[in-house]
Design a protein around this ligand. Structure first.
Ligand SMILES: *[C@@H]1O[C@H](CO)[C@@H](O)[C@H](O)[C@H]1NC(C)=O
Ligand SMILES: *[C@@H]1O[C@H](CO)[C@@H](O)[C@H](O)[C@H]1NC(C)=O
Ligand SMILES: *[C@@H]1O[C@H](CO)[C@@H](O)[C@H](O)[C@H]1NC(C)=O
Ligand SMILES: *[C@@H]1O[C@H](CO)[C@@H](O)[C@H](O)[C@H]1NC(C)=O
Length: 443
């Protein structure tokens, strides 16, 4: 058998046997699953998903890592489960995870410590620390959804994840026991769920400053209107704007093997406009070069958008000019933000304070990611708000990192089969917010 046919065969085997779902009701096959998310808004600004794992089920708080390679949890602190199984070296699961590494553990066997097991490199993408950890399987359980409410609970009996030492939790929100990776690998959560339930390789997230959702699979996305008398606001593929997802050929993980591509999601920003004027930039920074440097990615672990130094300077200069034209009063800076303004003579709108509009122009002039006050600014107190972009310095790995503040109340969909990213722009324009998904269960 040729290598690629063999790979295919392995994938098929996995589909059939390893990632087999167990349905709480045999006839029920979910079209989509929903994961509730809360934001640790007081300290780390991380988005935390609630997932149930193990037998008996244990509720876990896991930091959402959009570009993460897989789900990893701390197995050192009280991991008890009758369904935990380490994945052997050179097993089909191990090749699905693209690992060749084989580990032993010189202590008594327990979850995270077994001999002859497949090794992965769980990555804390907040502190940029990777360690080694064994690949394992256990039960994972989530609620299904019709796009409007959660429904019946379903589980995957042999969901692949990596164990990590407790030390890897450093830097995560208090109470978090790992990270949930939604990246582009076959063992990341979206691919495993799509295989287990044979649904579209698609997922979407919608986060607000307090909470939100991740929805896996194909479904409409329904949110209650912010006016009680109005009907639900429903998004679907037709109401999103799409841009191609780009592949960065070089891994952006803290530790990786030569030849690995990045598990993160990149898009192609062509120009940036502020109040409709093009900002002059060194455009070579906007594409990804053969070393994997440059380009624009989406990140849920960066709380604010980070711009390479020369882009930061050009964008903030243009923003200051446009603010002067709008008679907005400048205030002292509030680290990490340099450009702050007074709320005085700054009218509020449905889309936030009436500051200059920032537009990321994508594959053509008609495909534009728009940032109004609600996404571009951060409120410091009742009097002051600041431009929520930070300086990434010279020669960063990635030139533009679109972070949490700029993603909030924007429904963002990753259509992996079509290799495209869909976005709604601010939900405020349609009188709703990302925290208005109705979590009242219909079962
Ligand atoms: C792994 O094998 C070594 C050497 O045979 C042994 O000392 C150790 O206890 C084993 N560890 C586990 C977790 O079984
Ligand atoms: C533009 O950026 C590229 C990539 O960092 C760099 O090599 C080049 O010197 C820059 N050009 C200018 C005019 O600054
Ligand atoms: C800004 O203020 C100046 C002087 O007070 C005034 O002439 C101008 O119309 C104002 N511009 C805007 C956009 O409000
Ligand atoms: C949430 O869903 C439940 C069940 O369908 C429904 O009874 C309730 O009215 C909904 N709440 C809102 C705010 O729409």
């Amino acid at each position: 058998m040729s290598n690629s046919i063999f790979q295919h065969f392995i994938t098929l085997l996995l589909l059939l046997f390893f990632i087999s779902p167990t349905f709480s009701q045999k006839s029920f096959r979910p079209k989509a699953l929903v994961l509730p998310v809360t934001k640790d808004s007081l300290t780390t600004l991380q988005y935390i998903a609630q997932i149930n794992q193990r037998t008996p089920l244990v509720p876990l708080n896991l930091v959402v890592d959009l570009g993460g390679q897989f789900l990893w949890v701390d197995c050192e602190n009280q991991y008890t489960s009758s369904t935990y199984r380490p994945a052997r070296c050179h097993s089909a699961q191990c090749s699905l995870a693209k690992s060749n590494s084989c580990g032993d553990c010189f202590s008594s066997p327990k979850p995270g410590c077994n001999n002859n097991t497949c090794g992965l490199l769980p990555d804390n993408t907040i502190t940029h620390t990777a360690t080694s950890g064994e690949l394992a399987e256990d039960v994972l359980s989530m609620q299904s959804t019709n796009g409007f409410n959660p429904g019946q609970t379903v589980s995957v009996s042999r969901f692949l994840f990596s164990c990590a030492p407790i030390s890897l939790l450093k830097g995560l929100a208090s109470g978090a026991s790992g990270m949930v990776g939604l990246g582009r690998t076959k063992v990341a959560v979206p691919s495993q769920l799509a295989s287990a339930f044979s649904f579209d390789r698609k997922f979407a997230f919608c986060f607000s400053s307090s909470n939100g959702v991740v929805i896996f699979g194909d479904s409409p996305y329904g949110f209650a209107a912010n006016v009680a008398s109005l009907p639900n606001v429903v998004y679907d593929s037709k109401s999103l704007t799409y841009t191609p997802l780009l592949i960065n050929p070089v891994s952006t993980a803290s530790a990786f093997s030569q030849g690995d591509s990045s598990a993160e999601y990149f898009i192609g920003v062509k120009t940036i406009k502020i109040d409709s004027k093009v900002v002059s930039l060194n455009t070579s920074l906007l594409s990804i070069d053969s070393n994997g440097v440059g380009g624009t990615k989406i990140s849920t672990v960066d709380p604010y958008t980070v711009l390479e130094a020369s882009i930061y300077k050009a964008v903030t200069d243009a923003f200051v000019k446009a603010s002067i034209a709008r008679n907005i009063t400048r205030e002292d800076s509030t680290p990490p933000f340099e450009f702050c303004y007074s709320f005085d003579n700054l009218p509020g709108t449905a889309l936030g304070a009436a500051v200059p509009t920032i537009e990321l122009v994508l594959q053509n002039e008609n495909v534009v990611w728009k940032m109004f006050g609600a996404n571009s600014m951060v409120n410091i107190n009742d009097e002051v708000l600041c431009l929520g972009f930070v300086n990434g310095g010279e020669n960063p790995r990635t030139s533009i990192v679109i972070g949490g503040n700029q993603l909030e109340n924007n429904l963002v969909q990753f259509d992996l089969a079509a290799n495209r990213l869909g976005f709604s722009n601010s939900l405020f324009a349609r009188k709703t917010d990302c925290f208005r998904f109705n979590f009242t269960s219909t079962v």
